[in-house]
Every structure is written in structure tokens, then in C-alpha cells.
Ligand binder design. Structure first.
Ligand SMILES: [Zn+2]
Length: 378
């Protein structure tokens, strides 16, 4: 067995403890169920895919063979990625998991089910899942991923090994960006802070001009809210929602193109059908995830901007998240407005909370922009 932890987990930034747990599990023999918990965007699903690759790989996790590669791309027939259909993970989805995992693996030594947003299992689904979790077939592994641990049933939590993730510390993110991307010191510092602990987002900012433009546009909207009319706020909400829709479509188109290129991978008809099904699921999931990540970014940029105004107004600008906007922040920050800035941050947090339930997005965004405007009235 040749486990190559660096090839598997090299992209996990600032997660020393989680990585140590996973590496030890591969060396000493893994349990059947793990729970990857921690803030959104820090690389939990990527870590679950890397761990799943090691469970399927003939070398025990080389990180580079076709099995490892296909698992990490989410298109290996023995690795299922399950996410909510609508608001919940339903009992029908769980029954399908229970049935599928009872069957032998297609081509590797394991069958791995990764359940993302595991907190979306309703009680009925969780109870249906418990039995399988209690007596899993020898070849079956379950990796649950959640950003809302407190919403999972305790009976589920207690049957899994916990792998806790944290926000990646800014200095580690900075070092990571300097190592992998062509960035200036100011860019590394700014993108590391602006990502608030998410290596994937920090790297996107470092590598993609459209991603940087999008962030600039969001900051621009955040700056303009105080003088915007009601009509302008409605337009801003529409434009933000359209940009999220676009992110989802873009991601789906990328995956459709990848599917065309990789059609020849599958062997017999059964495996081919399976891979087609996995691709369909993956496209649906990633479209949804691109939109969710996009929305999280909108809220993060807005909250970050008003928090920065408060931070700079009280003279603590070295703590600001948007280090590349210090000039604009100094220009716009007034100490008498600090309660207003904090009120605006609260308005974003309230919207964030509402978005966790399947609310009307346009309505919630408009309400948020309006509440920010009111908080910032002089
Ligand atoms: Zn491998």
C-alpha cells in the first residue's frame, strides 16, 4: 500500500487536525462512517472526495491513479455524492442509498456514499439512514458533510467519527496563494483576508479576472446602497440574482463539456448507465452549489464591507478584510456612523439566517438592501 498524503490532502489549507485524523485512519484502518463538519467553503467536500479516493484506490490512496482521479472528479461508479433534492434529503433518497450500498462495488474494493449538506435529512430520512449506519455492509463507507452540525440528529452524530474543520488562518492562506499563484504581496494579503478562511475562494480571486471583477462589482453595490433609490435597490437585487443564475449555468456547461470528453471511460452497459446517472446528479448538484457559493459570496462581501467601514472608522485598519480598498474605506468611514455600519452588518446576518430556509430570494435580498439603507441613514 502506498498512501501519498500530500497528493491526496495537499490542497487542504489550514486543516492540520482534520488531515491528521484522516491520515491516521488510512494507516490504521478506517471506520465506516465519518462526519466532516465546519464552516462553509473550507474544503470539507474536497477532503471527503480525497478520502473516498483512498478508500477505493488499489494502492490505498496514491492520489494520482485513474481511480483516485475519477473519484475526486465525482464520476467514479463506486462513489455516490448525495445532496438535498429541494430543501430536504428525502426518505426516498435514503432508501436508494440503503439499497445501493447493499450491492457489491462496481470496480473497486469499496462503495462510498458522501452526503453533502447532511443536516438537510429530515427526521424520517435520518431514521431510515440510522439502520444502515448501525450495520453497514463490510465494503460500505459513509462520509457525511455539514456546515450546520447542530441541526443533525444526535443519534446520527454519535455513530460517526468526527472530523472537524476550521476557517483557514489568513497567514496560511497567504502563504498558500504565494505558493500556487502569481500574486503580489498586497494581493495575497487581500485575497486571503477577503476569503475569510476559504482557500478555494481565495484562489479563485488570485487566478480569475472575472472573479475579481465580480467582487469589485459587489463592493461597488455595497458602497452605493446609502444613496440608492428604492428603484435602484430593486435593480441591484435583480442583477445580483441574475449573476448567481449565470454562475450555475456556467458550471453546468463546463461539466457537460467534460462529460462529452469522458464518455469513453465507462466499461460495460451497467457501469456506463451508472456514470451517466452520476454525471446528471453532479451537474444538478454543482449548479446548485455554484449558486449557493455565489450567494454566500454576496453576503460575505456586503457584511465585510460595512464591518470594514466600522473597523477603519475606529482606526484599526490593519484588521480590515478588504486591504486592497483601504483608500476607499478611509474616504467613506466616519466614527459617528459606527452604529449604522454595525446595523448594516446585522441586516446582512439576518438575511443570511433567512436564506437557510427556502425563502423568496428576491424578496429577501430587497429587504436586506432596504434594511442596510435604513441603518446607514445619517
Ligand atoms: Zn490511487
Amino acid at each position: 500500500m502506498a498512501i501519498c498524503a500530500d497528493a491526496l490532502f495537499g490542497e487542504l489549507v489550514g486543516q492540520r487536525r482534520a488531515r491528521a485524523i484522516l491520515e491516521r485512519a488510512l494507516e490504521t484502518g478506517p471506520s465506516h462512517a465519518y462526519l466532516f463538519s465546519g464552516p462553509p467553503g473550507v474544503g470539507k467536500t474536497e477532503a471527503a472526495l480525497a478520502f473516498a479516493a483512498a478508500l477505493c484506490c488499489n494502492e490505498g490512496g496514491c492520489g494520482v491513479c485513474p481511480v483516485c482521479r475519477r473519484v475526486r472528479e465525482g464520476i467514479h461508479p463506486d462513489v455516490d455524492l448525495v445532496s438535498p433534492e429541494g430543501t430536504f434529503i428525502t426518505v426516498a433518497q435514503i432508501r436508494e442509498i440503503n439499497h445501493d450500498t447493499s450491492l457489491r462495488p462496481f470496480e473497486s474494493r469499496s462503495r462510498v456514499t458522501i452526503i453533502t449538506e447532511a443536516e438537510a435529512m429530515n427526521t424520517e430520512a435520518a431514521n431510515a439512514f440510522l439502520k444502515t449506519l448501525e450495520e453497514p455492509p463490510p465494503h460500505a463507507y459513509f462520509l457525511l458533510v455539514t456546515s450546520a452540525l447542530e441541526r443533525l440528529l444526535p443519534t446520527i452524530v454519535s455513530r460517526c467519527q468526527r472530523v472537524a474543520f476550521q476557517q483557514a488562518p489568513a497567514p496560511e492562506l497567504e502563504a498558500y496563494l504565494r505558493g500556487c499563484c502569481a500574486v503580489t504581496d498586497l494581493e495575497a494579503k487581500s485575497f486571503a483576508r477577503a476569503s475569510e478562511g476559504s482557500p478555494a475562494y481565495a484562489r479563485r480571486l488570485a487566478e480569475s479576472a472575472p472573479a475579481r471583477e465580480h467582487r469589485a462589482q459587489l463592493i461597488n453595490w455595497a458602497r452605493r446602497v446609502p444613496e440608492a433609490s428604492f428603484y435602484d435597490l430593486g435593480v441591484a437585487a435583480d442583477e445580483i440574482l441574475a449573476s448567481l443564475e449565470h454562475l450555475g449555468e456556467e458550471r453546468a456547461a463546463e461539466l457537460e463539456a467534460a462529460r462529452e470528453r469522458q464518455r469513453d471511460w465507462a466499461g460495460d452497459a451497467r457501469t456506463r448507465n451508472r456514470i451517466e446517472k452520476l454525471y446528471d446528479q453532479r451537474i444538478k448538484r454543482e449548479r446548485r452549489r455554484a449558486q449557493a457559493d455565489g450567494l454566500a459570496e454576496v453576503l460575505r462581501v456586503f457584511a465585510g464591507w460595512y464591518r470594514d467601514l466600522a473597523t477603519v472608522a475606529v482606526g484599526a485598519e490593519q484588521a480590515a478584510l478588504n486591504q486592497d480598498y483601504l483608500y476607499e474605506l478611509r474616504d467613506g468611514a466616519f466614527v459617528g456612523m459606527v452604529p449604522g455600519y454595525l446595523g448594516a452588518v446585522d441586516a446582512v446576518k439576518r438575511a443570511q439566517e433567512r436564506f437557510r430556509y427556502n425563502v423568496d430570494a428576491k424578496c429577501t435580498l430587497e429587504d436586506m438592501l432596504l434594511a442596510i439603507k435604513e441603518a446607514l441613514l445619517p
